[in-house]
Design a protein. Structure first.
Length: 95
């Protein structure tokens, strides 16, 4: 008996070389976004020590917030794509 692929089922990314490669690429993207967001917040925090730099600091906080918002989007996109990359032959036969 085969099981239906499930969203956020970690073993699903280990099925094929293509899935493993895609998973690795999205993990790299996730990490780059994470570091970029953190850098925006650190630099923005430093800029807030100077009143004349409050506008660029605010922009960095906004950019950092958008980057943090992109993280769950990357993860959801990855999981949906991995789900679509699965073998649905057995699933289609059951319906």
């Amino acid at each position: 008996m085969t099981t239906q692929p499930r969203l956020f089922d970690t073993p699903a990314h280990e099925q094929t070389p293509e899935q493993r490669r895609f998973y690795a690429y999205t993990e790299i993207a996730y990490t780059i976004v994470d570091f970029s967001a953190a850098a925006c917040f650190v630099v923005g925090s430093i800029l807030f020590f100077y009143a004349s730099l409050s506008v660029p600091a605010t922009w960095l906080f906004l950019i950092g917030s958008l980057l943090f918002a992109a993280k769950p989007s990357i993860r959801l996109w990855r999981e949906l794509k991995l789900l679509r990359m699965g073998d649905y032959k057995d699933l289609a036969q059951r319906k």
